[in-house]
Ligand binder design. Structure first.
Ligand SMILES: Nc1ncnc2c1ncn2[C@@H]1O[C@H](COP(=O)(O)OP(=O)(O)OP(=O)(O)O)[C@@H](O)[C@H]1O
Ligand SMILES: [Mg+2]
Length: 377
């Protein structure tokens, strides 16, 4: 018989929020260098100048968003002359919506629901910025979601050239990119590149000891003492290291403790971690798939099915034909979507030698995992 059954209202979590992947951590370790570099680029704005533009680059779960949010909180609390605007490009994917977001941050109220064009929003914004003598600092978080259809080009062109039409307006842009391999430059025209000129801040993956220290902080803040033996934490660290995404570790902690709790135990075991690994999967993949449009998700899912069944070779022309039955689209749209998937780190594309414009497509995740993330087991 098992001992120490918990009462139904007992919990192993001291603070459940701490084990949420969107939680802003109290202690933010190992990113002082990056925070200092970001601060250096923002500093001119403290004295009324133009902030330097930045690209924060690093694999998923390496602290880019958290770094920006920490800086923005500091600015909001202490520097009234800078207006920080955080734009999550996974959900805000048009120029119009980016400017609505900026408008809402500057005026602290949403713009009228409809009928306001981008130029009118810009005019109102710029007049307000000049009136307040304030500098605008915009973070385009996960900017790779704007690479398609020249959206990033349009957004940057508008943002970085505001001073040409409205002298005195000062803006800086921070773009985060979660792939070390993707360059932003091919998605921008020379005239935008010449004003953007970003400083790169690199976020390398955390090392094993760093992952352990960060997760240990979460354990201390989020769980009651002795709930998670250090050997079990070791197992979670090992799993996290396979992926480099810290969200995997945080999600595993959360899921493993939940398993122990629902089983009425007061300590988490290695078996809980093994079960949690199956449940948690790839949090980054799930998040990216959630940001896709319905038809894009269907195409990705179908590609995973074709890959599994070997029905359609993953070579551009044949893949296009194989997808037609379930996801009809023109070839241009097909190719745009492939490029979007590549920019989001879902696939890789190679040009095999001697095959003209043909591309070989490779899923970056296991096909079953992709189907699962798309909601099809
Ligand atoms: N140095 C750190 N200390 C504590 N927690 C951290 C640290 N770095 C990242 N985290 C946590 O890891 C999770 C992922 O971090 P974050 O969202 O900042 O990553 P990211 O680099 O923006 O990832 P993505 O490219 O996928 O958007 C968050 O829950 C964050 O709190
Ligand atoms: Mg992020």
């Amino acid at each position: 018989m098992r001992h120490n059954f918990l009462m139904s209202n007992e919990t192993l979590f001291r603070d459940l929020d701490v084990l949420d992947i969107d939680h802003m951590p109290e202690i933010f370790r190992f990113r002082d260098t990056q925070l200092r570099q970001i601060a250096e680029c923002i500093r001119p704005a403290i004295h009324g100048g133009r902030p330097l533009n930045m690209i924060l680059r690093g694999p998923p779960g390496t602290g880019k968003t958290t770094s920006v949010k920490r800086c923005f909180t500091e600015i909001e609390e202490a520097i009234p002359g800078i207006i920080p605007v955080f734009v999550n490009c996974q959900t805000v994917q048009t120029e119009y919506r980016v400017f609505r977001k900026i408008y809402a941050a500057v005026f602290r109220q949403k713009p009228p629901v409809s009928g306001v064009s981008v130029p009118s929003l810009i005019e109102a914004l710029c007049e307000e910025l000049i009136r307040r003598g304030a500098v605008l600092l915009i973070c385009l978080d996960d900017a790779n979601f704007l690479f398609h259809d020249h959206i990033l080009e349009r957004v940057l062109r508008s943002l970085l050239r505001l001073h040409e039409e409205y002298p005195g307006v000062k803006t800086g842009v921070i773009a985060t990119i979660n792939s070390p391999d993707i360059s932003i430059l091919p998605f921008l025209s020379p005239s935008v590149i010449s004003v953007f000129r970003p400083n790169e801040v690199i976020f390398p993956p955390y090392g094993e000891e760093e992952v352990r220290a960060i997760l240990h902080d979460r354990v201390r803040a989020g769980l009651y003492p002795d709930v998670l033996p250090s050997k079990v934490l070791d197992a979670i660290v090992q799993e996290t290291m396979r992926d480099t995404d810290l969200r995997v570790g945080i999600s595993l902690l959360h899921a493993a403790v939940r398993l122990a709790e629902s089983d009425g135990r007061k300590t988490v075991t290695g078996a809980d971690v093994r079960t949690a690994v199956l449940r948690v999967g790839h949090p980054h993949l799930k998040q990216v798939v959630r940001g896709l449009r319905e038809d894009e998700r269907r195409m990705l899912c179908r590609m995973a099915v074709l890959h599994q069944t070997g029905e359609g070779e993953m070579v551009s022309g044949k893949l296009y034909r194989a997808l037609q039955a379930e996801v009809p689209m023109c070839y241009t749209l097909f190719f745009e979507r492939l490029e979007k998937f590549r920019n989001l780190g879902l696939i890789e594309m190679f040009r095999p030698p001697y095959h003209g414009n043909t591309r070989q497509i490779v899923l970056r995740y296991d096909a079953g995992t992709v189907r699962e993330a798309c909601g099809v087991g």
